[in-house]
Ligand binder design. Structure first.
Ligand SMILES: Cc1cc2nc3c(=O)[nH]c(=O)nc-3n(C[C@H](O)[C@H](O)[C@H](O)COP(=O)(O)O)c2cc1C
Length: 347
């Protein structure tokens, strides 16, 4: 039996990609776990109390194993800055023309985060999910040792063989190898993300050759052909994001889901313009409008584009949405229910 399936206690070699920032739902996680795959939930944006509430909601919907996902590096902004002063004198004036054009109210000054990654690690140890996965780095050794003692399987995310080696050296149990076709952020941590744009086809065999822990392939997999291809390249499982994002159980907007289901006319692009970190999006009017303009570090850029996110939610028009994420495989999407997608992947 596939070593990873045994470790994670799942039947099918499919991990539903976690979505951070409020797009994961307990319903999506549970649908995949109940179908024999590994459902995931991205909770980097949640406080420890929010993490506990989420885990309870998932456990009400499934007795199966699930994966909780955190970001090791939560932000790039300089915490020593006077946010109120910067808001008044620099940041707000940068975005004011956009708010005026789109007829949205400006946000108030950003606040320092109310919880730390260390507190989130503590919550993981208390919740004890079957699997905990991480992006943007390697968690501290003491925390990983504690996970091992408690039987929590830890999974890192690599965009190069060097990152996969760092994850294996830290004693993590498996590695997601994320090709640049993937939707969402490029989670590089050893070098700038722009230098880590290796595609899934070469990345998987390179990582499989470099490490001896199980490799989970991510990026561009949306149907059974993709799953079989990455298995042939040495992956123990596939992590599928965009195709699950398009399912009705995901927490994105109906308009975003519909755009993914339609495939895309304009294609996708990696950009720092929407969040301050490099991520892949469906092209829309906002991405074009922001092209070439300076951006703030994560998460400040997201804070200042939040009024447009809200506008997209209320208007049902994604043209100006900063959350219009997609991987390159969107045109391969054929399913609207997570259970149907999972069944079609594993055939
Ligand atoms: C909207 C969105 C949000 C994501 N958020 C996270 C996240 O918080 N943590 C993470 O590990 N991966 C995140 N990902 C990556 C997915 O979990 C998955 O690895 C990726 O989507 C796989 O590639 P695909 O989109 O080509 O299927 C996100 C992807 C998308 C599309």
């Amino acid at each position: 039996m596939n070593h990873f399936l045994k470790l994670a206690d799942i039947t099918h070699p499919v991990v539903q990609g976690p979505f951070g920032g409020g797009i994961s739902t307990p319903e999506l996680t549970a649908a995949v776990s109940n179908g024999g795959g590994l459902g995931s939930f991205g909770l980097h944006h949640l406080s420890p109390a929010g993490m506990h509430a989420t885990a309870e909601a998932i456990r009400r919907l499934t007795p199966g194993p699930f994966n909780l996902n955190l970001w090791v590096s939560p932000g790039d902004a300089d915490a020593s800055l006077d946010y109120a002063e910067m808001h008044r004198s620099v940041w707000l004036p940068m975005f004011a023309p956009l708010y005026e054009e789109q007829g949205v109210a400006a946000p108030s000054a950003p606040l320092a985060p109310e919880f730390s990654v260390e507190q989130q690690y503590e919550a993981i140890l208390e919740i004890r999910p079957k699997v905990a996965s991480f992006v943007f780095g390697v968690p501290p050794a003491a925390f990983l040792a504690h996970c091992r003692q408690l039987g929590i399987l830890t999974v890192g995310t690599a965009t190069t063989p060097a990152e996969a080696l760092a994850i294996e050296a830290a004693g993590m149990d498996a590695v997601v190898a994320s090709g640049c076709e993937a939707g969402g952020h490029r989670t590089a941590f050893l070098r700038p993300a722009e230098e880590h744009l290796i595609g899934t086809l070469p990345l998987i065999p390179m990582v499989a050759d470099a490490v001896s822990i199980p490799v989970i392939a991510a990026g561009g997999i949306a149907d059974q052909r993709g799953l079989r291809a990455v298995q042939a390249l040495g992956a123990a499982a596939a992590q599928v994001g965009t195709a699950f994002l398009a399912c009705e159980e995901s927490g994105t907007t109906p308009a975003h889901r519909a755009a993914l289901q339609r495939g895309f006319g304009e294609g996708t692009e990696v950009s720092r313009s929407m969040t301050g970190r490099l991520a892949r999006f469906l092209r829309n009017a906002l991405l074009t409008r922001l092209q070439g303009l300076p951006h703030l570090p994560f998460p400040l850029q997201s804070h200042y584009l939040a009024p447009l996110k809200q506008l997209a939610r209320t208007s049902g028009d994604e043209s100006w949405s900063p959350g219009h994420y997609s991987g390159q495989a969107a045109p391969l999407i054929r399913h609207t229910k997570a259970a149907d997608l999972l069944a079609s992947l594993v055939g």
